[in-house]
Design a protein around this ligand. Structure first.
Ligand SMILES: Nc1ncnc2c1ncn2[C@@H]1O[C@H](COP(=O)(O)OP(=O)(O)O)[C@@H](O)[C@H]1O
Ligand SMILES: CC(=O)OP(=O)(O)O
Ligand SMILES: [Mg+2]
Length: 400
């Protein structure tokens, strides 16, 4: 079965094509800078263990143009992996916000699309692009079943004491104002990998997803019991452009004293804060370079970023009443050895001891980077949200 997995961001499209049941994609790619003057596509084709990379720069005014271009790349005579878009049987879309309506993988209907569009109010950086992604995929892959997989789904097992806010109950009952949590597909994927590696189904785990968006989850025996993002993907950790956890009084101050309106506060917290607001860079590689060059702001921001993670580890170890493993994943978690070292320093009271040499070894595989004596395993596990989405799509179609 050909399953095409799509992750539409505000200015990008990430994709992978699986010939299920093979778990290795036959091609993957990234369309970047959609809507800007020059857009870029990096398309990779995997044949017999070899990787062929095709890079193109072109003008892509919107997601529709981007997805059309991907459709062409999939079917181009020289490099195509299929002959016609009709060979795609399922398209799996990553959807960040599923709200109260969706707790499991769902087949797209007009009602489902409308609900995803409405939820844009709660995930302004993500859901609008997902809606466009579905609409365009419906036009191109006309024979495919369109399926949506929600970032919020894995967090549905949280108890009410973790997901409720301490404001009057009617905001929850009448308006669904609660903690939803995000990156669930990633937290779920690395949890499953860890449980099978540890051979301990009842393990107490903290998963730490550090990409552009960052979040953590406390996972007991495979079930999420708490997570750091909230009603939207803004709370918790410091991120590339988002502030994370902040006192709501800051909003009152910005509005009443500095004349901000609510759209400006939204843009400030979502798009101009986090590492970008503190350093001028949102990409961790640029921040590491700035630190090397002696930039004090970058050093402080990096320390703040790590410190926030440390605090959540402490909180979640308490919530779990113990800890077997902490897992670093996603772009920063998998690649930034310094960050893992800073987070895990002075954590021996909790039984966390990182092995600095092991931690510095480069590898794209699941690995332990703790000392032999560490009570808690410190693990690096490459996430694979696309594979997890393809699996969920297949399982849903099989169950029909
Ligand atoms: N070698 C590296 N060292 C430090 N950070 C890295 C490295 N490689 C990638 N990153 C960081 O990973 C982040 C992107 O992570 P990713 O999981 O791809 O994000 P997303 O899926 O949210 O777009 C960026 O901040 C990038 O700088
Ligand atoms: C939910 C979220 O923050 O996603 P991303 O990391 O892709 O921005
Ligand atoms: Mg990601």
């Amino acid at each position: 079965m050909n399953i095409f997995v799509v992750n539409c961001g505000s200015s990008s499209i990430k994709y992978q094509l699986f010939k299920w049941p093979s778990e290795s994609p036959i091609c993957s790619g990234l369309v970047e800078r959609i809507g800007l003057e020059i857009s870029a596509i990096t398309h990779k084709v995997y044949i017999n263990g070899e990787e062929k990379v095709i890079k193109r720069t072109l003008e892509l005014p919107d997601h529709e143009a981007g997805m059309q271009e991907v459709g062409h790349l999939l079917t181009e005579p020289e490099i195509g992996v299929i002959q016609d878009p009709s060979e795609i049987e399922a398209v799996g879309h990553r959807i960040v916000h599923g709200g109260e309506s969706f707790s499991t993988t769902t087949i797209v209907t007009p009602e489902v699309k409308e609900e995803i569009k409405k939820l844009a109010a709660l995930a302004p950086l993500h859901n609008p692009a997902h809606y466009v992604g579905i609409t365009v995929a419906q036009k191109i892959f006309t024979s495919a079943t369109q399926i949506v997989v929600f970032d919020t789904a894995f967090h549905q097992t949280m108890p009410a004491k973790a997901y409720r806010y301490a404001i009057p109950g009617k905001f929850y009952t009448d308006h669904g104002v609660r903690v939803y949590g995000f990156h669930g597909t990633s937290h779920k994927y690395v949890t499953a990998q860890a449980l099978s590696y540890l051979k301990k189904p009842d393990a107490k785990i903290i998963t730490i997803h550090l990409g552009n968006g960052c979040s953590m989850a406390a996972v007991n025996a495979g079930q999420c019991i708490d997570t750091s993002m909230g009603l939207g993907p803004l709370d918790g950790l410091i991120m590339g452009t988002r502030c994370g956890n902040i006192d709501a009084s800051v909003v009152f101050y910005l509005v009443s004293q500095l004349g901000y309106d609510i759209e400006q506060v939204d843009a400030l917290f979502n798009k101009r804060s986090g590492m970008l607001g503190l350093t001028g860079y949102s990409d961790m590689r640029d921040i590491l370079k700035a630190i090397e060059e002696g930039d004090e702001n970058a050093r402080l921001a990096y320390d703040m970023y790590a410190y926030r993670i440390k605090k959540y580890i402490g909180a979640y170890a308490s919530a779990l009443n113990g800890l077997d493993a902490i897992i670093f994943t996603a772009g920063v978690g998998e690649n930034d050895k310094n960050l893992r070292e800073v987070v895990c320093s002075n954590m021996d009271f909790l039984g966390i001891e990182i092995d600095k040499d092991k931690n510095r070894e480069r590898s794209g595989e699941l690995r332990e980077v703790n000392t032999p004596g560490s009570r808690v395993k410190v693990m690096v596990i490459p996430t694979n949200e696309e594979l997890e989405i393809a699996k969920e799509c297949f399982e849903l179609l099989e169950s029909k």
